[in-house]
Design a protein around this ligand. Structure first.
Ligand code: GLN
Length: 311
């Protein structure tokens, strides 16, 4: 790859132009996230051809958090099929915060989206497994296949989250009572919590996104990770729910399917071309990284990546 490639230039400029944006604050309801250096800022783009362009702290690992929901959704859909997935989890946006119990109450406790906590717990429960370890290792293997390298969990983030995830446990029991969790509910919640604690760099995350951009084939390993026919369903869900209550505004302004996590990461997918990943810990009121949103918005506009543009 050339240093003067237009994508490399755009990535470096997005880092420089947004470096001084001090808005937002680290997630603090998970202690291990509150202590992450808030000045970290990394950006990567991975193409379907296997090129990866980086700027800033692109080699610093951070917790995947809610972005993990995309990949567990993909694995669960791979097992049960898109039609059954829609019936068992739901595929509409909630328009509410990612951990909303009100959203459940409004829909007879059906999660509606795999990209909110309830739907992610239901998705984790759908993966066939003999016990929690088996379920977790299948999910970690899936995340690693998307990234093209062996990922691992942060014990510190996992311990911190497992000791404070009472709200998510409550959600898992609500799902159980309504028939929308398909394993032991506490096992599903435990494994969901672990999947959020997987550590990635923006370079990893961009490759994970580029695997979706290339119809399910990892551009580095050239391995098929999921069926091509499931990818449009996943990208549609990312458009509808990927940035929670801000998803509509994101579609309106940026025009790309994306997914954020309270660890500060965001990934956006341009089908057939590339994925953009950015990481910076300070979040806005919806739980979306301020500088990651700004960087991706800038790159998408400069490179004319909005999916709704003609030509
Ligand atoms: N693990 C976090 C939770 O369950 C993930 C939330 C997020 O990234 N939006 O609350």
């Amino acid at each position: 790859m050339l240093a003067d490639d237009p994508i490399q230039t755009a990535v470096a400029r997005a880092l420089a132009d947004n470096m001084n944006d001090g808005g937002g604050k680290n997630a603090d309801y998970i202690a291990a996230l509150a202590s992450v250096d808030p000045t970290l800022f990394g950006i990567s783009v991975a193409t379907t051809g296997g090129d990866v362009f980086n700027a800033g702290d692109a080699d610093v690992e951070f917790a995947l958090e809610s972005i993990s929901k995309v990949f567990t959704m993909a694995l669960a859909m791979e097992e049960v099929g898109a039609k059954a997935f829609r019936a068992k989890v739901g595929t509409d946006p909630t328009g509410m915060p990612f951990n909303s119990v009100l959203a459940l109450a409004l829909h007879a406790d059906k999660p509606m989206s795999a990209l909110v906590n309830a739907g992610a717990i239901a998705s984790a429960s759908l993966i066939s497994a003999t016990n929690a370890e088996d379920r977790w290792h299948k999910i970690l293997a899936g995340q690693s296949a998307f990234a093209g390298r062996s990922l691992s969990l942060s014990d510190a983030v996992n311990a911190s989250e497992q000791s404070t995830n009472f709200h998510n446990r409550g959600i898992a029991w609500l799902l159980y009572s309504a028939g929308f969790v398909y394993s032991d509910p506490m096992e599903a919640c435990d494994v969901y919590t672990r999947q959020c604690s997987t550590m990635v760099t923006t370079a990893d995350l961009a490759v994970m996104g580029a695997t979706l951009a290339s119809g399910g084939i990892n551009p580095l390993t050239k391995t098929r990770v999921i069926r091509a026919e499931n990818v449009p369903h996943i990208l549609a869900e990312m458009t509808m729910e990927g940035l929670y209550e801000a998803s509509g505004d994101w579609a309106y302004t940026v025009g790309l399917p994306g997914k954020s996590g309270v660890g500060g990461g965001i990934v956006c997918v341009v089908p057939g071309r590339l994925a953009i990943a950015a990481f910076s810990p300070r979040l806005d009121q919806f739980g979306n990284s301020v500088r990651a949103q700004a960087a991706i918005t800038q790159i998408a506009a400069e490179q004319e990546l909005n999916l709704y543009l003609a030509g």
